[in-house]
Structure formats: structure tokens, C-alpha cells
Design a protein around this ligand. Structure first.
Ligand code: PRT
Ligand code: MG
Length: 208
């Protein structure tokens, strides 16, 4: 039996056509169940928060998983294999703020984000020490109420930034969803995992 950890929410929505194409569609109520069988007798799914997927796969509670590159960058991906870019849920990780936001002389830049690790690394690479304010959502509000000077957040269409009067200031990374694999499982369940990785790869190549 193989266990695949799926990221609940928009990534799951965009993953369903691929699962369908390779015969792994969930066979149960994915809105309520946390563990559901798939259409294939040897694969089951876990339906969990995106931020928890790397943890389940790292500890081997799931053999493989599907998660955004943003979450992997924040988690630190050294403990997982990342063999395939699924090309779904694409967006960009950006620094954004009010138009004309300038570097500050008198105090550290305050950055609101749900990605404190990525943010710290990004600014440190530029030799900048910033004050990081950890938020769990709706980062766009922070500059409007002067909680922070800028935000580090995902941007897809740019509509959310625009609606809040914010603009992109810097590009940090391109983001899409990745297939990740537990390192021990890659050895002990190699043939089965290889088989499904090849199916995912074929389905991804067909879709793009
Ligand atoms: O609940 P939890 O905090 O664990 O996760 P979540 O609520 O963030 O999950 P969900 O379902 O939103 O999925 C998040 C994942 O989808 C991210 O980790 C990315 O890998 C991927 N993704 C792709 C996005 C976007 N595009 C995206 N646009 N996640 C979030 N957004 C948000 C963004 O934060 C901003 O608020 O959409 C808004 C911007 O969109 P535009 O189109 O207006 O620019
Ligand atoms: Mg959420």
C-alpha cells in the first residue's frame, strides 16, 4: 500500500484532473474524510493542509505528496526528494507594497509574511536585516494599516494586490506544485513509486 498526501484547497482542485487521468481519483468524500481510498487498490490519499504535507512525507506517514514550491522552500526541502514539477497552481512569490515604498534609513524594514524563513533568507542574501512579522493570511492588509512596510506573498493574476492599492516591488521565485517523495520509501518501495512517478510524469507532459 502507498500513501499519497494531497494539499487540500486550490492545489487539490488542480490535481484532480491528473489523478483522474492516471486512475488515482479519490473514492470517497474528499470534503470530509482525511484519509480516502483511491480508485487503485494499492494507493490511498491523505487530504491535509498544504503546510503539513512536507511533514507527513518527511516522517514517512505518507510515501509521497503534492505541495506548492512555496511551502517546500519554507519547510526546507533537503529532507525530501522532489522529482517532478507538476506545473499546476502556478504563481510567483513577490515582495509587494504601496507604490513608491523606499528602503528605510532610520530603522529596519518591517516585512509581513506567512513565509518567515524564505523572507529572512531572501533579504539576508542582499545583506539586509529585516524585522519579520509572521501572519497567517491576508498579508495585503498589513501595509495599509502600517503594520508592515512591505509584504512577501504569492501573486497569481495580481488582482488582489491591485484591489488593495499595492504593487509588486521585487520578484523572489516562481512557484508551482511539486511531487515530493520520502527518501526511505524511495528505496524500500522503489518499484511501486517509480511506476506512479512515471504515470504522473506522462500525465504532466500530456497536459502541457
Ligand atoms: O490553509 P493553509 O494556510 O494551509 O493553506 P492556504 O489557505 O494558503 O491554501 P490554498 O488552498 O490557498 O493553496 C495555497 C497554495 O496554492 C500555495 O501554497 C501555492 O502553492 C498555491 N497558489 C497558487 C496560491 C496562489 N496561486 C495564490 N494566488 N496560493 C495563494 N494565492 C493567494 C495569494 O496569497 C493572494 O492572497 O491568492 C491571492 C493572490 O491571487 P491573485 O490572483 O489576486 O494575484
Ligand atoms: Mg487556508
Amino acid at each position: 500500500m502507498l500513501t499519497l498526501a494531497l494539499s487540500k484547497g486550490r492545489i487539490l482542485e488542480e490535481t484532480l484532473p491528473t489523478l483522474q487521468a492516471i486512475g488515482l481519483q479519490p473514492a470517497g468524500d474528499i470534503d470530509r474524510l482525511l484519509r480516502v481510498p483511491s480508485r487503485h487498490p494499492e494507493v490511498q490519499h491523505l487530504i491535509i493542509r498544504p503546510t503539513d504535507v512536507p511533514t507527513y512525507v518527511e516522517y514517512g506517514a505518507a510515501d509521497f505528496g503534492i505541495v506548492g514550491k512555496d511551502i517546500l522552500m519554507e519547510h526546507g526541502s533537503g529532507s525530501l526528494y522532489e522529482p517532478l514539477d507538476l506545473g499546476i497552481a502556478q504563481c510567483r512569490l513577490m515582495v509587494a507594497g504601496l507604490p513608491g515604498t523606499k528602503p528605510l534609513r532610520h530603522r529596519r524594514l518591517r516585512v509581513a509574511t506567512k513565509y518567515p524563513e524564505i523572507t529572512r533568507r531572501y533579504f539576508a542574501q542582499q545583506g539586509k536585516q529585516v524585522e519579520i512579522i509572521k501572519l497567517y493570511g491576508s498579508m495585503e492588509l498589513a501595509p495599509l494599516v502600517e503594520l508592515a512596510d512591505v509584504i512577501v506573498d504569492l501573486v497569481a493574476t495580481g488582482k488582489t494586490l491591485k484591489a488593495n492599492g499595492l504593487v509588486v516591488l521585487e520578484h523572489i521565485a516562481d512557484v508551482s506544485s511539486r511531487l515530493v517523495v520520502n527518501k526511505a520509501a524511495m528505496k524500500t518501495k522503489h518499484a511501486a513509486l517509480r511506476y506512479w512517478l512515471d504515470r504522473f510524469r506522462e500525465a504532466t507532459e500530456t497536459a502541457h
